[in-house]
Design a binder for this molecule. Structure first.
Ligand code: UD1
Length: 346
């Protein structure tokens, strides 16, 4: 019988790509999403790609009573992949309580339900933000956790601790936290991708919107960092590669192949890429020029970080396969797709 996976935030950027990979790997999926930062029609696009329409339950995970009635309706869930969370670093500084409440209450409600219903497997979206500026690069999972620079980052650190403590108290629950580096790109079908509301905060949506003519120019935040070309360095990985890691993680938990109750894995390519190199990659992959200007540093930015993904390579048998250029090309295809008037979709 097919296993049923609950994907929270399944209409969002990483969530929707993961739903596609789960379905393509023989899982049934049910999605919970409050559509705060996504659209219900993503489900139709998932159906176009996979031939399957996963059920979407629209509600807020902070609503514990509603969540309980959800679990009464779906009694055969085998595992949970939890994406649903607020994620804008800058916004979190201005709305800390919203971030703590939303990201942590939803997590606690889900863990509570797992205890009550006996669902054993939990995959958590974490972030390389927990490392701050690491002293040693590339950064491995045992690098020290630094004090968070934003409430958003803090919700990821506290989230991991909540999971660790819950698992210590309940041997029936097992979990994997995946620390993402910088996910970019879109599904090769061009039907799903990142949909930032308003002005994008992240680099690649800003690049594609500038290339499309929606933004006048891209601001490169600083060229006086201690890096070869002076701009910041990150580890950009294709979102489809990232999505595949979630399928492996949930399989590992359901199959009870994890070595301890709680495991943590870095998910990145292992390559550091500067902002200026990222722009060049986009231009090379698409043939489209990006107008950019060097400006001052952005507050709170880390100078350089990239992953040591060897634990995930070894233990999960996972590694990235898509190139940076390929990720940029798909990001561009997606940008062009979403700018088409609705109705052109069919
Ligand atoms: C940040 C968070 C990360 C979070 C992610 C989600 C930190 C350290 N990192 O990633 O945990 O998961 O957001 O949104 O908190 N840049 C420009 N111009 C722009 C936009 C960005 O030059 O218009 C540069 C930035 O300075 C940075 C790089 O591009 O060097 C990547 O920035 P961004 O895409 O915002 O991601 P992070 O800040 O790495």
């Amino acid at each position: 019988m097919k296993k049923l996976i609950l994907v929270t935030g399944g209409t969002g950027y990483i969530g929707s790509h993961t739903v596609v990979e789960l379905i393509e790997n023989g899982y049934d999926v049910v999605i919970i999403d409050n559509l705060y930062n996504s659209e219900a029609e993503v489900v139709d696009r998932i159906a176009k790609i996979t031939g399957t329409t996963p059920p979407l339950e629209v509600f807020d995970l902070c609503d514990a009573a509603r969540l309980e009635s959800f679990f009464r309706k779906y009694q055969n869930i085998d595992g949970i992949i939890h994406f649903a969370a607020y994620k804008a670093v800058g916004e979190s500084v201005h709305k800390p309580l919203e971030y703590y409440r939303n990201n942590l209450v939803s997590l606690m409600n889900l863990l509570d339900s797992m205890k009550k219903t006996g669902i054993p497997a939990f995959v958590f979206s974490s972030s390389c933000t927990v490392y701050g500026q690491p002293e040693k690069l590339p950064v491995s999972e045992d690098s020290p956790i630094q004090p968070a620079v934003s409430p958003y980052g803090n919700t990821k650190q506290i989230g991991e601790e909540i999971i660790r403590d819950t698992i210590s108290s309940d041997p029936n629950i097992r979990a994997i936290a995946l620390r993402y580096f910088n996910p970019i790109g879109a599904h090769p079908s061009g039907l799903i991708g990142e949909l930032p509301r308003g002005v994008p905060e992240n680099l690649v949506p800003y690049i594609t919107q500038t290339a499309y003519g929606l933004r006048d120019e891209l601001k490169v935040f600083g060229n006086d960092y201690n890096t070869p070309d002076g701009s910041c360095i990150r580890d950009y990985l294709h979102v489809v590669d990232l999505a595949k890691a979630h399928v492996i993680a949930i399989e590992r938990l359901i199959g009870n192949k994890n070595k301890s109750g709680f495991e943590i894995f870095n998910l990145g390519t292992g390559n550091g890429v500067s902002v200026l190199e990222a722009i060049k990659s986009f231009e090379r992959a698409t043939g489209v020029k990006v107008k950019y200007r060097i400006t001052s540093r952005r507050a709170g930015d880390i100078e350089k970080i990239w992953a040591d993904p060897s634990l995930a390579n070894r233990e999960l048998g996972w590694k990235t396969v898509s190139s940076l250029d390929e990720a940029m090309r798909t990001a561009w295809e997606w940008e062009k797709f979403i700018r088409k008037p609705h109705g052109n979709e069919n």
